[in-house]
Design a protein around this ligand. Sequence first.
Ligand SMILES: [Zn+2]
Length: 492
Amino acid sequence: MPWPTQILPLRTLLAPAPAAGHGSFPRALVPAGSRAFPGALVPCALVVVLLAVLPGAPGLLAGPLSAQATASPGPGDPDGPVVLHAGALFDGTGDELATHVRIVVEDGRITAVGTDVEVPAGAHEVDLSGWTVLPGLMDMHTHITSDPADGYGESRFRDFPGTAALIGAKNARLTLLAGFTTVRNAGASEYADVALRDAINAGMLPGPRILTAGKGLGITGGHCDQTGYRPDLFPETGVEDGVFNGTDEVKAAVRHQIKYGADLIKTCATAGVLSAGTEIGPAQPTPAELETMVEVAAMLDRRVMAHAHGIEGIRNAVRAGVASIDHGAVLDEEIMEEMIQRGTYLVPTMMAFEYVWDAAEAGTLAPWSAEKAREITPIARESHRAAIAAGVPMAFGTDAGVFPHGTNADEFRLLVEAGMSPARALRSATLEAARLLGMEDELGTVEVGRIADLVAVPGNPLEDIELMKEVGFVMKDGRIWLEDGVPAPDAR
Ligand SMILES: [Zn+2]
């Protein structure tokens, strides 16, 4: 039977029964490597599992389950305070789990965290005693309005302007239910990303908090332009499309994106794997163009993220003062040292490299993309391993959209396989990501005063990082979207 992993917390069924309920939890902090807590069965999860394993039982989200979810308080938007009873907590500030913690949420904010905090009268209580609670996960490189393409870019001729927004609505739900409560979106066509962000913020549909770039900015013929086509097939691109040549056009292009709703600026400092007709090594914008971009964006309180593979483009972007190098395939010791000095983040998007590598091997990429994927992926693996070892600031980012949305958490496995400790990998997707956005006073940790974005996984992710793919509880802005693996009624 095919299990949707984020819906079925199977490990809760397989875990040993608790010895003596809540009272058996040690109240002190436990070291990272130790077995944190007994996997108490959450009654509601058991019901889900039993329903699902009954022969001929309806699908997980069909009638009986919906009825069951309605009968209990269940997911949704309860009035008044919510109290989470967490078996364990990774609060994002350190390397360890705390056990048997209560988290009180009121008006979308965390108002109390601790082992002895009082449960406010009339609170909606959520039993997460078999779970580890973490800050909501944050992916710093998504293309939420895109689905995987074959590298030929044929959809440009078929899709209507509204198509991207509808693809985004589908992916926003998948992303949120996978535990990603915030994403930094790295560019979209026709402001579909801005429309999607605004629709989510207005409560029209479920999705993560989106901070988005609008259209990516780059040079004529660069990775952020339309490349590889005959000139009569598309109108020539200009500043309104994010294409600049010279510092004056850079100023206009930055201000144009901000005028239409960009929260940040994305630039293409080098070519990319999936664009046609370009080599991946050379730098694309000039150092002066990048410096101007960072300067005028900063004047309007926006940060710049730079897509970059080759070392020269990476150097130019780091020295211009961008907030992050995304992908960062080719790194040397000198530039890693400079990134550490300046606090420039690397957003490695390991999943994207693995996906294009696999697609190249499977013969499903366009030949020009496959060639670049084969050339760059082994180099990127080495660079990322070296950056982790050197202590380059790193924020979690996947490039979801290059591969299917909702699977973002597999990046945790790749980070750990490349030498990152599980705790640091979790912080890269929480506190470090919040710092990259300049939102560390609002997001990224479980502390009093923070926005109530919280997720839970069934076990200890410091021992088994792949548990991050089994998120079974999601709260965003104090509202519960997933509980015991069951989506809230308007997220089904
Ligand atoms: Zn990207």
